[in-house]
Design a protein around this ligand. Structure first.
Ligand SMILES: [Zn+2]
Ligand SMILES: [Zn+2]
Length: 374
């Protein structure tokens, strides 16, 4: 389930103009600000420092430690940046195997960053199984590959100031290196090679979430966007009804809720919490909190994030009741519900729909276009 949870997190996009020529290489920050790193190879490998000194090592791991302004390999002093490469196999940084090579460079605060430099299409092979599930249909994974490619290209250079393009966490999108690859994920990347989603000559903002509970949501009600692209206005979805947390309920202590809310508002003992207003997707717009110090109205999505986004899976409430010292929340769907519904994309794949149909269902009026690599 961890993989799905990761995708619940919001990916923020800038709306960049579509460009046919894209760099075929990507630099991914995989370990940042570390004083030492274990590197290695699945076959014989080499460590080459900035002065051109080369150390050839046999398969296995070795430690590089940065101390007193010096990078040390045993007793040897190495000049940064350092390249770790293997002509015959994969390279390792920590416990993860990577394609391409590893570059280690100094950071501003006297530590090092470990960056995996590899072919952009190979990078996606380490993303698709982390952002989706290898147990899902190929067409669903192909839709994910197009989404992840679009996101990465539109956000290339987000970490330029740190000397790499994207990080490997949920801040950008999760990348697990060659260690994360699975055959069906690789197939999804290869079969959609170079394909991205566009809308009016710009990269589409390919936001996604775990499951919508029956209707996807407009970002207007979630993030307060004012200029909503028509492909994100929200669609009915009948494909995710068997998703985990398609319907959910949770019980939270009144004191727990009060303590969380008191970080943003002056809240007394809570008597009731009521959903207020309804989005076209069926979610609450606000919640009204009646308490001993008065009444507080809060955006329902913000309320969910403030209390516990893990326990309260969405702000599509079917009921909120108080019993003794507990509040019982009943709702459906999981995540912010904007863009593609991942469990719905799985359902469409199982239903025999292809990836182009899946993408045009959740992002209507977008186009699949092909970039070329320079
Ligand atoms: Zn990042
Ligand atoms: Zn759905």
């Amino acid at each position: 389930m961890k993989k799905i949870v990761l995708s619940v997190l919001v990916l923020f996009f800038a709306s960049y103009v579509y460009c046919a020529d894209v760099s075929q290489i990507i630099r991914v920050g995989v370990i940042t600000d570390t004083p030492s790193v274990n590197v290695g190879g699945s076959a014989s490998f080499s460590i080459i420092d900035n002065s051109g000194k080369r150390y050839n090592l046999s398969q296995g791991m070795t430690k590089l430690a940065y101390s007193g302004g010096q990078m040390l390999l045993g007793k040897n002093k190495l000049a940064l940046p350092i390249r770790v490469e293997s002509a015959k196999g994969l390279v390792y940084a920590g416990k993860t195997a990577y394609r391409g090579y590893i570059l280690i460079s100094k950071t501003a605060n006297n530590k090092v960053n470990v960056v995996n430099i590899l072919r952009f299409e190979d990078y996606l092979k380490g993303v698709v199984p982390k952002e989706s599930s290898a147990k899902w249909p190929l067409e669903t994974l192909k839709a994910q590959a197009v989404i992840s490619r679009t996101y990465a290209i539109a956000n290339m250079g987000k970490h330029r100031a740190q000397g790499f393009d994207l990080c490997d966490g949920t801040h950008c999108q999760v990348f697990g290196g060659a260690s994360a690859e699975v055959p069906i994920g690789n197939e999804a990347v290869v079969e959609t090679a170079g394909e991205v989603l566009t809308y009016k000559d710009r990269y589409a903002q390919t936001v996604f979430h775990a499951n919508c509970g029956g209707h996807t949501e407009s970002p207007k009600y979630v993030w307060g966007w004012t200029d909503i692209p028509e492909y994100l206005e929200g669609v009915r979805c009948k494909y995710c009804s068997d998703a985990p947390y398609s319907a959910w309920e949770t019980a939270l202590d009144e004191s727990f809720i009060r303590q969380k809310l008191s970080k943003t508002a002056d809240i007394g003992e809570i008597q009731s919490i009521s959903p207020s207003g309804q989005t076209p997707g069926g979610s609450a717009i606000d919640v009204i909190i009646k308490h001993s110090k008065g009444e507080t109205i809060m955006n329902a999505y913000k309320f969910r994030l403030t209390i516990d986004a893990w326990r309260i899976k969405s702000n599509t409430f079917k009921g909120i009741k108080k019993q003794n010292d507990k509040f019982f929340f009943v709702g459906n769907g999981w995540g912010h519900k904007v863009g593609l519904c991942q469990w719905g994309a799985r359902g469409m794949g199982l239903d025999g729909k292809n990836y182009a149909q899946i993408l045009s269902y959740y992002y209507p009026k977008t186009k699949i276009e092909k970039v070329s690599y320079k």
